[in-house]
Ligand binder design. Structure first.
Ligand SMILES: *[C@@H]1O[C@H](CO)[C@@H](O)[C@H](O)[C@H]1NC(C)=O
Ligand SMILES: *[C@@H]1O[C@H](CO)[C@@H](O)[C@H](O)[C@H]1NC(C)=O
Ligand SMILES: *[C@@H]1O[C@H](CO)[C@@H](O)[C@H](O)[C@H]1NC(C)=O
Ligand SMILES: *[C@@H]1O[C@H](CO)[C@@H](O)[C@H](O)[C@H]1NC(C)=O
Ligand SMILES: *[C@@H]1O[C@H](CO)[C@@H](O)[C@H](O)[C@H]1NC(C)=O
Length: 570
């Protein structure tokens, strides 16, 4: 290779052009089941949290059709968006392993002293219900690993209701791991400590990295045994059950719409879509004849932005099925995700995803695939003119994605304006990182911590380990020269200002798998100290923190981390 002889944007150019399938024709089915819902009778045997001042409401039930059948037995559900479903409490003793003070205070308006109340653990794990709560399981479908999978739905989650906080924000509270629902298929409705610690820590960490995401209030663990086959090799082991209470402005997914189109329930489709637009896309006029096109263009734009954001922090989601993609373009459903360590566009966080369908470098393409499926779901509601407008909008997705990717990586390198060579400098750096296996997070961080003159001298201390790895590349100096040239072309800038800017966006700490695994091992023995330390550290990922440094969170990953096989126990 010569120093300019590499494919620009290897990491992020592979966005195929959009194609559309026209095969499906859908017919209108008979109208959906509208049922008067009598909230007063609800579940006579339910215990309510009397002492926790959090009252939930249920716009969703008022606005959207509900399953006529009651009970948690597994079935094919028709004509509705939700089924009532009562959580099955985990067996006591239960331990409150972690709480997000930020969610408690700033989303739920609660005083931190509520966690001392004996009732709290029950309320956040499905043993008791918040006043006003009517637990629901959502019916959705989806494309999994490229294929239509039919009815899926919340198989182990319960939507408790909505809370409107004093800022006027509306949040939906959901339990995950809270027992069977009509959508459990062959599952047991449970989640284990392993996946619950990961979801709790990572959704909060993503928020503090500035990436749109669901949030998590609490993590409760039990002694209840749950059987799992973590490596899909027939080796069934007992793990312990856990419940996370998670929150989002909305939990609707692409698959929420897809199932209604597939089954021809077009009235329900229109009702749901109108509801989502009215509640969550407030700038779209409800009487706009093109509102579905405008809605689609918003989702296309925001999805492109979200995935570019994932890439900028090295995040691979791991299961980008259409039922794991939010209509609000927030990150949801933390499963076999991973933060890339050594830079590798083929990084696949799910060790069983042998084809690498959801590798980090494939995410932009998978986003496009999912948006195509969204458009197919909207199609019966569009005129042919609106359909072709929407197809045109989708063709712009690669450009929106590249633009955003470019802006984010420019900022990561401290560039201020449009430097003539900036794209080249970004692509060149990624290529050096790929060749040397330099650590993604720490290369950018350490670039923000060294001065330009240190860089130019090439005197990189071994303790600056990621940059030191990078500097072993034969073209490192050429890259530095180009980089410095770009930076110096902005006369008003100073090196200190550059470092400051870069340190504000290049994290020093991300949730690496080895850190999560270590915290999980301790959690399984009821030691939650490392969960607490990670939680605290990841709330301020851009700040150097003594305790985190002592724990090695910014050090070269232990060599065992390279071989670590991540269990897919969920
Ligand atoms: C929380 O509640 C405690 C006890 O009721 C009270 O002493 C404290 O001032 C409250 N804190 C805040 C921030 O409101
Ligand atoms: C696209 O989404 C981003 C991120 O939410 C937003 O800042 C931007 O204004 C949107 N652009 C358009 C054209 O809607
Ligand atoms: C993603 O969706 C699948 C259904 O396709 C569901 O089984 C799984 O739990 C979801 N993933 C996560 C991590 O929640
Ligand atoms: C990991 O990938 C395999 C193979 O595609 C898939 O069957 C499995 O469901 C994935 N695991 C998770 C947790 O998504
Ligand atoms: C861009 O790179 C070329 C080739 O390395 C160089 O000649 C030119 O001066 C650079 N431009 C700027 C503004 O740094």
């Amino acid at each position: 290779m010569t120093k300019h002889d590499f494919t620009l944007f290897l990491f992020f150019s592979a966005v195929a052009s959009a194609t559309f399938s026209d095969e499906q024709e859908f017919s209108e089915s008979e109208s959906c089941n509208e049922r008067e819902f009598d909230k007063s009778h609800f579940y006579s045997n339910v215990k309510y949290c009397g002492e926790i001042p959090l009252t939930l409401s249920h716009k969703l039930i008022d606005a959207l059709p509900l399953d006529e059948v009651e009970g948690n037995f597994i079935r094919a559900v028709k004509g509705c968006v939700f089924s009532e479903s009562q959580p099955t409490p985990l067996k006591e003793p239960l331990t409150l392993a972690a709480v997000s003070q930020d969610v408690l205070r700033n989303i739920l308006d609660l005083n931190e002293s509520v966690v001392q109340n004996e009732e709290f653990v029950g309320c956040v794990s499905g043993g008791k219900l918040f006043p006003g709560s009517i637990p629901l399981a959502h019916r959705y479908g989806g494309h999994q690993f490229g294929y239509w999978a039919g009815q899926l739905g919340d198989g182990r989650a319960h939507l408790l209701g909505e809370y409107t906080n004093r800022k006027g924000e509306r949040w939906e509270l959901q339990l995950k791991g809270s027992g069977k629902t009509p959508y459990s298929r062959s599952g047991d409705g449970r989640a284990v400590i392993h996946s619950s610690v990961r979801e709790f820590l990572c959704s909060e960490a993503m928020h503090f990295l500035g990436v749109p995401t669901s949030r998590a209030l609490s993590l409760v663990v039990s002694e209840e045994p749950v059987r799992r086959d973590p490596f899909y090799n027939g080796n069934v082991i007992k793990e312990r059950g856990a419940v996370v209470l998670r929150l989002a402005k909305s939990w609707f997914r692409i698959g929420s719409l897809e199932i209604l189109t597939r089954t021809g329930e077009l009235d329900v489709l229109r009702t749901l879509l109108d509801f989502v637009i009215k509640e969550h896309f407030k700038s779209i006029a409800t009487n706009d004849p093109d509102k579905y096109v405008v809605f689609f263009s918003r989702v296309v734009n925001e999805t492109a932005h979200l995935i570019a954001h994932w890439m900028s922090v090295g995040f691979a989601h791991g299961v980008c099925n259409t039922d794991n993609f939010s209509l609000l373009s927030i990150t949801i459903d933390y499963g076999p995700f991973g933060f890339m360590e050594s830079y590798d566009p083929n990084f696949v966080p799910n060790t069983s995803d042998d084809e690498g369908r959801y590798s980090i470098g494939a995410q932009a393409n998978v986003g496009l695939f999912n948006l195509q499926k969204l458009l197919e779901a909207l199609k019966p509601l569009l005129t042919s003119d609106q359909l072709s407008q929407s197809q045109q909008i989708l063709r712009e997705y690669p450009q929106i994605y590249h633009q955003r990717f470019h802006e984010l990586f420019k900022a990561k390198l401290g560039f201020l304006g449009n430097e003539e060579n900036d794209s080249h400098v970004i692509a060149f750096l990624l290529k050096l990182m790929e060749d040397t296996g330099a650590d993604f997070t720490m290369t950018f961080r350490q670039l923000s911590e060294v001065t330009l003159s240190q860089l130019q001298k090439g005197s990189i201390a071994p303790s600056v380990w990621a940059l030191s790895d990078l500097s072993s590349h034969e073209y490192f100096r050429d890259w530095v020269q180009l980089y410095v040239q770009c930076l110096l072309s902005v006369e008003s800038d100073s090196d200190a200002a550059r470092q400051h800017r870069m340190q504000g966006i290049n994290p020093r700490y991300v949730l690496r798998n080895w850190m999560a695994e270590s915290a999980i091992r301790k959690s399984e023995k009821n030691d939650f100290s490392e969960v607490a330390l990670l939680q605290k550290t990841l709330m301020e990922p851009f700040m150097n923190q003594d305790e985190a440094e002592r724990a090695g969170y910014a050090s070269k990953p232990p060599s065992r981390a390279q071989q670590l096989r991540i269990s897919c126990s969920s």
